[in-house]
Ligand binder design. Structure first.
Ligand SMILES: Nc1ncnc2c1ncn2[C@@H]1O[C@H](COP(=O)(O)OP(=O)(O)OP(=O)(O)O)[C@@H](O)[C@H]1O
Ligand SMILES: [Mg+2]
Length: 279
């Protein structure tokens, strides 16, 4: 499987617009598109409702990012705009410097964008292994085949790798319907990891998890490779603020505040509007 670091990175429109910064920690000889995701004035209306209203922020390559906000703040709608599930009504989305605002979802996936959903989209009658195998095949180039590939096949090896990374090897041959809720959410993350993603959007992966399952989730999120970016929607601040470097808080479709976890935790306005309701 191609390593994400071997993928060509373009100093495209995003980096140029921001002054073509060098990669973090980087030498001046290597100009990279250091921004994984640039949102510029992203807006999505449903009739009279501005569910996402002029949202702008940037996720650096390799950065772990959280989007917080109370119910109905527009977080999932923003994810839908980024993935192309619902096109934005206005604004611009750059992915590693490339304008993807109107690309269909499968082309964004090909470029290394992944997501998990707020409600599970697993194949419940298939095994854990087969779900991961389908995810691997789904993002692989070439023709799809239902036939199980042999042991040495790259897809089989990639499936085994995902089983190990998500610590699901011991239940690889279990039907998904028999899994605990936390294991299902771990499997969803495993499926999003198929095929060298560059940025993953996680929509409330901790919802409904027990404290022990939450610890597993935090460990899994922390174990993701340094070069991989993610954006996490999470109501549990203990999780969100522990695993990310930067946070945007949304309120009524708009950006209320963007900052470091410390800045967000200590911001009076954020406290009043958001955290107050989640004490
Ligand atoms: N397809 C749709 N048609 C009409 N309105 C929608 C649609 N999707 C979302 N909305 C509305 O947009 C607003 C934002 O919804 P969204 O699901 O993005 O919020 P959220 O921040 O993800 O909330 P939650 O924390 O509850 O998941 C809500 O008022 C919701 O009712
Ligand atoms: Mg949501």
């Amino acid at each position: 499987m191609a390593s994400i670091t071997s993928l060509p990175v373009r100093a495209g429109a995003g980096a140029a617009a921001r002054g073509g910064r060098a990669a973090a920690g980087g030498s001046t000889t290597q100009l990279l598109s250091a921004d994984a995701l640039v949102l510029g004035g992203v807006t999505r209306v449903f009739g009279a409702l501005r569910a996402v209203d002029d949202v702008s922020f940037t996720v650096r390559a390799g950065q772990k990012y959280a989007v917080l906000g109370s119910n109905g703040a527009g977080k999932t709608t923003l994810f839908n705009a980024i993935t192309g599930d619902h096109l934005p009504s206005a604004g611009r989305i750059l992915f590693f410097g490339e304008d993807i605002t109107t690309l269909p979802p499968h082309e964004r996936i090909r470029k290394g964008l992944r997501r998990t959903y707020q409600s599970s989209l697993l194949f419940r009658d298939l095994t854990v292994r087969d779900n991961l195998f389908l995810a691997v095949r789904g993002v692989a180039n070439g023709r799809f085949s239902w036939r199980r590939a042999g042991r040495g096949h790259p897809s089989t090896r990639a499936t085994q790798d995902l089983l190990e990374r998500t610590r699901l090897t011991h239940i690889a041959d279990e039907r998904v319907a028999n899994l605990a809720h936390g294991q299902q959410r771990q499997l969803e993350i495993g499926m999003a990891l198929a095929g060298a993603p560059r940025l993953i959007l996680f929509d409330e992966p901790a919802a409904g998890l027990s404290p022990a399952e939450r610890r597993e989730l935090v460990a899994l999120l922390r174990s993701l490779p340094e070069h991989m970016s993610f954006v996490l929607i999470e109501h549990d601040l203990d999780i969100a603020l522990r695993v990310v470097e930067r946070v945007t808080v949304m309120h009524n479709g708009r950006v209320l505040k963007t900052g470091t976890p410390d800045e967000i935790e200590n911001d009076a306005q954020v406290h009043a509007i958001y955290m107050g309701g989640h004490a």
